[in-house]
Design a protein around this ligand. Structure first.
Ligand SMILES: [Fe+2]
Ligand SMILES: [Fe+2]
Length: 166
């Protein structure tokens, strides 16, 4: 049983290393160090490979219907149980940046829950989701199928800044 626990721990660690190195790469670019930034991005990509092989080794990837069910419960947990007390605590402590970051995420997880719900229904009915284009707000992660809104409904940033997901 300890191998499963070890894989879970290693998956969490590698996943975090991936995002941390990408953030470090952005910083290295800002400091005029594109070579270091490139190395950080390369190692970040390797950490993703480690994370994915760990996840697969613990049978964490199933068919899409099961994966969407798992994703739905994760998003629901985040917006319904995890974030509300965290946001309240950050506000109570006057941690504005933390409150905004977690408050934005909380709102966006609700939207993710709705989008995954539609995807789950489509797959259940035996077809793919109609999502020719997906865009995200680069500030808060608000996610939309199709065109960007004039302004982000979560953080208010201009719709022209939305990024098309490849
Ligand atoms: Fe989400
Ligand atoms: Fe936004």
């Amino acid at each position: 049983m300890s191998t499963i626990k070890n894989l879970q721990e290693a998956f969490a660690g590698e996943s975090q290393a991936n995002r941390r190195y990408l953030a470090y790469a952005e910083q290295a670019d800002a400091e005029g160090l594109p070579g270091v930034a490139r190395l950080l991005r390369g190692v970040a990509a390797a950490e993703t490979i480690h994370a994915l092989t760990h996840l697969k080794a613990m049978n964490g990837v199933k068919d899409t219907a099961a994966n969407l069910a798992e994703a739905l419960s994760g998003e629901e947990h985040e917006f319904a149980e995890m974030y509300p007390p965290m946001v309240a605590e950050a506000e109570a402590e006057g941690q504005k940046r933390a409150a905004r970051s977690m408050g934005n995420a909380m709102q966006v997880e609700k939207i993710h829950f709705g989008l995954f719900g539609k995807a789950a229904e489509a797959v259940k009915a035996g077809h793919d989701l109609e999502a020719p284009e997906v865009r995200i707000c680069p500030v808060c992660g608000h996610t939309v199928i199709g065109d960007a809104p004039d302004a982000c409904p979560v953080c208010g940033c201009g719709g022209a800044r939305y990024e098309l997901v490849a």
